[in-house]
Ligand binder design. Structure first.
Ligand SMILES: Cc1ncc(COP(=O)(O)O)c(C=O)c1O
Length: 443
């Protein structure tokens, strides 16, 4: 094996990575001068575009004014201002924001907050978390237990305090073999059934991505799914956590994906694009009423972290929100996102190895299959997504991989560029994807 130079323990150990030097707009440049079109915004992170001077300036000014204060000792204007800015866009009545660093941490925070609300309601037996297969909520232990991606869970399974998983709303490969709308949303009714099976006072919360992302190659739910989930949660007094780490902050063409489905959760989780994809910043949103329930029951939410409610990261967040507002980038995400969908369908729909093209706003997935008629996936061992991804990478186009879509087999790629991408750049992505697909899969 060729040794990897340097002193870093990289995330990728099977190859050497190019050294990234600078980034601007939708482009990343490496130290050898090669340019990459960032058509996935990294891991569906960069929304306002790379190299935003305004964010750099906000961070610099905040850092000079106030470098660090502990969140149990001081409030900070930067944190207050970002919360107020988010409140103006958040779904009905969500008016309290608790800030952390990573999406995984925010998911952990949401799970603990739900539990603490249940304790405050004198329901200490409500301990079980229900989540969905083919979901992604992060890789820290609690978030991983909630996540439904087998390949990430398997090595650590013995260490997890597992959630109870129900099938996702994945119409292409419905777990019940049904078709929408005749199915009458069997996958949502599975939540009702599971809560009943676990017992009337066992379940604390249900967590799900508003729009399925990393583990399901983007999967918007069918009409009626979320209102039915909300009704089931209310009926059983189970708290609803919507994870919008990936699909929030304008990604779907609305500020929050929940708005597409007229559903307001009890707890909403944000990350990734919250700082414009710059500093590590995540958040949990809830209501004053729920916060007051916790407060009335003994004072504090037993949670936190050295870098929670961090003013520097929140300064980046506020600058990103201002850019989204001023440049109307959420509207642009809706408009150009539709264009991406149209072009993907025009360019790839007749490919024998494209099983599905799905998405919303600036979040699109293409699922590859060995046989389009039967939707038979490629075996995971063929590493089709990885090979397509690598060829595109070498040709200067960055997409995001999503695998394990059919059982543990199955391959997809996610197209989720910064909202500032131009129509010409979109054409470039589509053209490259089509050419690479033809070359690699003879399709
Ligand atoms: C829906 C969702 N939740 C949580 C996470 C975890 O976020 P992080 O990688 O910042 O810990 C991700 C990351 O991809 C995500 O997509």
């Amino acid at each position: 094996m060729i040794p990897i130079p340097g002193a870093v323990f990289h995330r990728v150990l099977d190859k050497e990575l190019p050294l990234a030097r600078r980034s601007q707009g939708a482009w990343i440049e490496a130290s050898d001068g090669k340019r990459y079109l960032d058509a996935s915004g990294g891991a569906v992170v960069v929304n306002v575009g790379h190299g935003r001077e305004e964010i750099a300036q906000a961070v610099y000014e905040q850092l000079r004014a106030l470098s660090y204060v502990h969140p149990t000792m001081f409030a900070t204007s930067a944190v207050e201002d970002l919360a107020a800015a988010l409140r103006a866009h958040a779904p009905g009545g969500m008016d309290r924001f608790y800030f952390m660093s990573s999406g995984s941490e925010a998911v952990e925070t949401a799970i603990k907050l739900a539990r603490q609300i249940q304790i405050a309601r004198a329901n200490p037996d409500r301990q079980v978390l229900i989540s969905r297969w083919k979901s992604y909520h992060g890789l820290t232990m609690g978030a991983l237990a909630a996540a439904g991606r087998t390949s990430f869970r398997q090595p650590f399974y013995p260490l997890l305090r597992d959630a109870v998983h129900i099938p996702p709303p994945y119409c292409l490969r419905c777990s019940y073999g049904l078709a929408f709308p005749a199915c009458r949303l069997r996958c949502a009714l599975a939540l009702d059934e599971t809560i009943q099976n676990l017992g009337p006072t066992a379940v604390s919360a249900f967590i799900a991505e508003t729009v399925g992302g990393a583990s399901i190659a983007v999967c918007p739910p069918p009409e009626g799914y979320w209102p039915l989930i909300r009704e089931i949660c209310d009926r059983h007094r189970v708290l609803l956590i919507m994870d919008e780490v990936m699909c929030g902050m304008g990604r779907t063409g609305q500020w929050f994906a929940a708005e597409h489905y007229n559903t307001v959760p009890d707890i909403l989780v944000l990350g990734k694009g919250l700082s414009g994809g710059t500093l590590a910043l995540s958040a949990v949103a809830t209501t004053t009423a729920l916060m007051e329930e916790v407060r009335a029951n003994g004072g504090n939410f037993v949670h936190g972290g050295t870098f929670s409610h961090n003013g520097i990261a929140c300064a980046a967040g506020l600058a990103a929100v201002k850019i989204l507002e001023r440049e109307q980038l959420v509207e642009r995400a809706a408009r150009l996102g539709s264009r991406i969908g149209e072009r993907l369908h025009e360019a790839l729909a007749d490919s024998p190895h494209v099983g599905d093209i799905r998405g919303i706003g600036m979040m699109w997935g293409v699922e590859f299959v060995r046989d389009r008629g039967t939707l038979t996936p490629f075996p995971r061992s063929a590493k089709v997504a990885e090979k397509l991804w690598q060829t595109l990478f070498e040709q200067g186009v960055l997409l995001y991989k999503s695998v394990g879509l059919a059982g543990t087999d199955g391959d997809g790629l996610i197209i989720s560029p910064p909202f500032v991408i131009t129509e010409n750049e979109i054409e470039l992505v589509i053209e490259k994807l089509r050419t690479v697909l033809r070359g690699a899969l003879n399709a």
